[in-house]
Design a protein around this ligand. Structure first.
Ligand code: PLP
Length: 359
């Protein structure tokens, strides 16, 4: 297998792929693949409901939350959130932390009034802003933040108390990388293709009251209440992707749950950041120390020529996905839950070797 550092779609646990392969053609003696089954049948519905209860279970089963499996990616949530929640006279408050936060703001502006409650733009998005003294407008419909900026490589370590204003987080690139207190949030959402499974499904976990009363003029598929009332089976769901999410969640349980996953992620991130920090300036981390992401490690070499050479050499040696996002350049190693510690060891060996040759 390749050393896969892709940002998304990203590496999946080998055990999950192998389990899916074993039951690909004949799911549990039914003589059919799960993707060939009716989404209205008991077998598929069992998988669908298991995925949602497993997810809530991993988050401590707080009362009053619903899980939705939607399509259109996290990008569609950028629009659905204001369409459903940014009603007349309200303002959508946003934390502006980088590329993905900006995309969320851009969509909300098409729907209604927005307000930037905090920003790290002045810091070129290389940190996350301090949210301890946030002032929100009285008519804020919600506060939206991006828990992990996939492109810049920054991540929040704590979340603000927003009182009666629902806190909404785009957790696309760090959901389930560590435990978090769901009850702090009105809604969290994530495209599945990093920590949850394959692309094609977007997971939304929301407090029931936020998904129970959408504006009636919205198209049905874009109404949270219709999706919730129909258990995300209003139309044909991306059944194979949801099945895979269920298997990834099972794998997380088998790892020992979110605390064990976090411990492993910290070990992995420490190994890589230490290699960068101990290179005497040959490799340089992009994000501020306190804002560094556990999931997307962004770093640079002295010049673009050397970076190109590093990427070329990495590809020759079986590494994939180390090129930084086209909008910021440099290098990026995405080390999501499923990336094994040994892949990071191999990357650190490559970095050391490259430094010996070129330093
Ligand atoms: N938000 C974040 C933080 C992301 O990293 C991404 C994708 O990379 C998205 C949103 C967009 O997700 P999608 O491609 O599912 O629309």
């Amino acid at each position: 297998r390749a050393y896969n550092f892709n940002a998304g779609p990203a590496a999946l646990p080998l055990e999950v792929l192998e389990r899916a392969q074993a039951e690909f053609v004949d799911f549990h003696g039914t003589g059919m693949s799960i993707m060939e089954m009716s989404h209205r049948g008991a077998v598929y519905e069992g998988v669908h409901n298991e995925a949602s209860s497993r997810l809530l279970q991993l988050l401590g089963n707080p009362q009053g939350y619903k899980v939705l499996f939607l399509q259109g990616g996290a990008s569609t949530q950028f629009a659905m959130i204001p369409m459903n929640l940014l009603t007349e006279g309200k303002v959508g408050a946003y934390v502006k932390t980088g590329s993905w936060a900006n995309k969320a703001i851009k969509e909300a502006k098409l729907i209604g009034e927005t307000y930037v409650a905090a920003s790290s733009e002045e810091d070129k998005y290389m940190s996350v802003p301090d949210l301890s003294n946030l002032q929100l407008p009285d008519n804020a419909a919600y506060l939206h933040l991006t828990s992990n900026e996939t492109i810049e490589g920054t991540q929040f370590t704590q979340y603000p108390d927003t009182g009666s204003v629902p806190l909404i987080a785009d957790m696309s690139s760090d959901i389930l990388c560590r435990p978090f207190d769901l009850t702090q949030f009105g809604m969290v959402y994530a495209g599945a293709q990093k920590n949850l499974g394959p692309s094609g499904v977007t997971v939304v976990i929301a407090r029931e009251e936020l998904v129970s009363n959408s504006p009636k003029h919205l198209p049905s598929m874009l109404r949270y209440d219709i999706q919730a009332d129909n258990n995300s089976l209003y139309n044909t769901p991306p059944s194979f992707s949801i099945y895979m999410v269920n298997e990834v969640l099972r794998w997380i349980e088998e790892q020992g749950g979110l605390q064990a996953v976090e411990q492993n992620n910290r070990k992995k991130a420490d190994l890589l950041y230490n290699a960068i920090d101990n290179s005497g300036g040959f490799f340089r981390g992009c994000a501020d120390l306190e804002s560094r992401s556990l999931m997307n490690v962004t770093f640079r070499l002295a010049n673009e020529e050397l970076e190109k050479q590093f990427i070329k050499q990495s590809e020759q040696e079986g590494f994939v996905g180390l090129k930084g996002h086209r909008s910021v350049g440099g290098l990026r190693a995405s080390i999501y839950n499923a990336v094994p510690y040994d892949s990071i060891k191999a990357l650190v060996d490559l970095m050391n070797h490259f430094q010996q040759q070129n330093g």
